[in-house]
Design a binder for this molecule. Structure first.
Ligand code: LLP
Length: 384
């Protein structure tokens, strides 16, 4: 499955993206979309230019959260009119970039932001298409750090003030109000959460209708579909059928309305792997430490969220001789631990280990702490 011979020749740690799996995943998404459904890949999950180019070439749109992401998306070949741009803190420069590029829509999160976009668009003689990000106050059964749709979260516009904000947006000269945007969280595996969001959107649309507000053209439900971190080999492709069916069945679209999605993790999560060499095995009376050359600087999810990534020894001599290790990195932080008390085949200095399911929020969240170089990212085609 992995080109191990080639791996040995590369400086570790690095990311490897299995593009065959990426393409199968994109096909699985496409197979489940109806004509009024559109997926904008959430660039924040992985902005490796080679990965972005593949997703763009397959015809998907992009969901961006900064000017830098808009630039990366355009460079990779995503058409501007398939780019949506979200974020609670868009700077003037970033808004101008979006206006100049002619992106499909700004997902707006507050009245002050609306005023600034209106002003900047007016200055350029342009009209900005906007969707209002509504905080649906729907909880998601996921890690507290990655839920976004509750009233306590900083994201979106409170449902109570929705009509007022719509009235303000509709009265602005350089603003065209085209949609509603939602996002309830990430790594969601319970389809009931997406069903709850759908029902909430139905309520909101009824409320708007009752207030005499014309139906918008875009309903954007964000992203959030999770992946199976526990069994990546068993479930390399997420269950897109159940996911999209939930929306098809529960969300009542008005005539002509288009349904937009912003999937990140589900697109790239399983195709990416962090490859690392084992530097040392060190034991004391209570522990065996497997010290690898990748650290929290390369994959921060375990340190930041206590996230689990399966670790495979790709070069173990005897795959049945199991030993319990704490797998740790070289960074000068006690939190630089990938996992504790993990059973792995007996591991030696020089072995190659693979941190699985690391395609999303892996390479992109890498840092240069301890003056470490950022990890490279390679795709299958480069290692053939
Ligand atoms: N749309 C919006 C407005 C978002 O905030 C996010 C993710 C997405 C779409 C894409 O969500 P996805 O389909 O990937 O779940 N660093 C964390 C995840 C943070 C997610 C932030 N927002 C992690 O490593 O788990």
């Amino acid at each position: 499955m992995f080109p191990i011979e080639k791996f040995h020749k590369l400086r570790t740690p690095f990311y490897y993206y299995d593009t065959e799996l990426l393409r199968s995943t994109l096909n699985a998404i496409r197979d489940n979309l109806s004509a009024d459904m559109h997926v904008h890949y959430a660039v924040k999950a992985c902005a490796n230019p080679k990965v972005l180019a593949i997703i763009a070439k397959e015809g998907f749109g992009a969901d961006c959260v900064s000017g830098g992401e808009i630039e990366a998306a355009l460079k990779a070949g995503f058409p501007a009119d398939k780019i949506v741009y979200a974020g609670v803190g868009k700077s003037d420069r970033e808004i101008e970039l979006g206006l100049e590029a002619g992106i499909h829509a700004f997902n707006v999160e507050s009245i002050p932001e609306l005023e600034v976009i209106n002003q900047l668009a007016k200055g350029k003689g342009k009209t900005a298409r906007i969707a209002l990000r509504i905080n649906p106050n729907v909880g998601a059964h996921t890690h507290a750090n990655i839920t976004t749709g509750l009233a306590e979260n900083k994201f979106g516009i409170d449902m109570q003030c929705m009509e007022e904000v719509i009235a303000i947006a509709s009265s602005m000269e350089a603003i065209q109000f085209i949609g509603l945007h939602f996002h309830i969280g990430s790594q969601i595996l319970d389809m009931d959460d997406f069903a709850a969001l759908s029902l909430r959107i139905n309520e909101i649309q009824n409320r708007m209708e009752a207030a005499g507000i014309p139906a918008v053209s875009d309903i954007n439900v964000g992203g959030g579909l999770g992946i199976d971190y526990n069994q990546p080999d068993l479930h390399p492709i997420p269950d897109f059928c159940s996911y999209f069916n939930t929306y098809k069945q529960k969300l009542l679209l008005r005539p002509g309305q288009q349904l937009h999605f912003e999937l990140g993790r589900a697109v790239v999560g399983q195709c990416g792997t962090l490859i690392s060499h084992v530097l040392y095995i060190k034991s004391n009376p209570i522990k065996n430490f497997c010290i690898v050359d990748a650290g929290m600087t390369d994959l921060v999810r375990p340190a930041l969220y206590g996230a689990y990534h399966q670790i495979d020894n790709l070069t173990a001599e005897s795959p049945t001789d199991y030993v319990i290790y704490d797998v740790v990195g070289p960074i000068c932080e006690s939190s630089d631990v990938f996992i504790k008390n993990y059973g792995m085949p007996r591991t030696r200095r020089g072995d190659l280990v693979a941190f699985r399911s690391a395609g999303a929020y892996g390479e992109i969240m890498a840092s240069g702490y301890n003056c470490r170089p950022l990890p490279e990212g390679y795709i299958t085609e480069e290692l053939q």
